[in-house]
Design a protein around this ligand. Structure first.
Ligand code: NAD
Ligand code: UFG
Length: 336
């Protein structure tokens, strides 16, 4: 049985579908602090199966023990965490407590129940401002905000766990920029309040919920001066977790892998691709740079292909079409 912490969230809910398709049995554990059970109800419709769900907090040893006594957990996909960069700057202790303390409790209970396989949601943010692109896994690591530091610290903690006990099988997946939604248009990203990320902001502007997109800077050294990122379809990303689980038992060291497409698109390229996919105008205004942003960030995805036999399959137009289907069918997300 696979334990999916944070499985009611954006990437977790899509991964539940991929796990089911690949024949894995799983249980979702989530405290619903940034999601609702509605996402899982919709996943149940897609996979035509009931999902095992336990509501609880990864920081609670009791909650975690309940999961491990109720089910025989063989491996964990660990999505649960807070992810808003801006909020992490305002409330660093909240992020260190939730993400790091939560992971420590999870690892402690895993050890107690002799479960030693974990796939962790890391982020390209651990590369800081890369000296060059595309980014390879062995690039130097650094972070510019508390959220990013929680990812980097957890990576270090997991590497230490492996050093202390080589029976642990650990995969660190460094996601680039997840976007898109399941093709059904019934599940997708449902940010609380004003979105921080580009794709949901564009989608909400196209659907008329936001007046215009602020483009954060047009004077970067990039194709058109706006920031360049590696957007990856969430369904491709979900599949990366399945491939990781299929390989994890054979690992003899901590596996660290970029999950990206290798293609970089600028903010203005994203706006125009979304307009094309949705048939809607996306009004925008050039605004000052956002603090902490970098010019360009995109992956060298070749290691993922080599070790996980995984590569992204979905192009930008599909990412935009699927985001639009989700946004237009559910203008207010899961509360629509
Ligand atoms: P999300 O917020 O949609 O999902 C995270 C889930 O974890 C939510 O359902 C939330 O309720 C749950 N959760 C948070 N704290 C918890 C706790 N203490 N106990 C139990 N459940 C808890 O986010 P997502 O976009 O699906 O991201 C999943 C993971 O991937 C996160 O760890 C995130 O940091 C990481 N990641 C996301 C991105 C991105 O841009 N979306 C990029 C890189 C890495
Ligand atoms: N952008 C805008 N306007 C907006 C939002 C974003 O112009 O309203 C621009 C940004 O300046 C950047 C690009 O769009 O150039 C992408 O921004 P996102 O906020 O969508 O993504 P980031 O690459 O800044 O950050 C994301 C996640 C972080 C994660 C990081 C690296 O939000 O959590 O990728 O993985 F750490």
């Amino acid at each position: 049985m696979v334990l999916v912490t944070g499985g009611a969230g954006y990437i977790g809910s899509h991964t539940c579908i991929a796990l089911d398709e690949a024949g894995f049995d799983f249980v979702v554990f989530d405290n619903l602090c940034n999601s609702s059970q509605e996402s899982l109800k919709r996943v149940e419709k897609i996979i035509n199966k009931k999902i095992k769900f336990i509501e609880g907090d990864i920081r609670s040893k009791e909650d975690m023990q309940k999961v491990f006594t109720t089910y025989k957990i063989d491996s964990v996909i660990h999505f649960a965490g807070l992810k808003a960069v801006g909020e992490s700057v305002e409330l660093p202790l909240k992020y260190y407590d939730n993400n790091i303390n939560g992971t420590l409790v999870l690892l402690d209970v895993m050890k107690e129940y002799k479960c030693k396989k974990i796939v962790f949601s890391s982020s390209a943010t651990v590369y800081g401002d890369p000296h060059t692109t595309p980014i390879k896994e062995d690039f130097p690591l650094s972070c510019t905000n508390p959220y990013g530091r929680t990812k980097l610290f957890i990576e270090e903690i997991l590497r230490d766990v492996y050093r202390a006990d080589n029976d642990f099988k650990i995969v660190l997946l460094r996601y680039f920029n997840p976007v898109g939604a399941h093709e059904s248009g019934t599940i997708g990203e449902d940010p609380n309040g004003k979105p921080n990320n580009l794709m949901p902001f564009i989608a909400q502007t196209a659907v008329g919920k936001r007046e215009f997109l602020s483009v954060f800077g047009d004077d970067y050294d990039t194709v058109d001066g706006t920031g360049v990122r590696d957007y990856i379809h969430v369904v491709d990303l979900a599949q990366g977790h399945v491939n990781s689980l299929q390989k994890i038992a054979a690992l003899d060291s901590v596996l660290t892998v970029n999950l990206g497409t290798g293609n970089g698109y600028s903010v203005l390229e994203m706006v125009s691709a979304f307009e094309k996919a949705s048939g809607k105008k996306v009004a925008y205004k050039i605004a000052p740079r956002r603090e902490g942003d970098i010019a360009a960030c995109f992956a060298d995805p070749s290691y993922a292909k080599e070790v996980l036999q995984w590569q992204a399959t979905k192009e930008l137009n599909e990412m935009c079409e699927d985001s639009w289907r989700w946004q237009s069918n559910n203008p207010n997300g899961y509360s629509s």
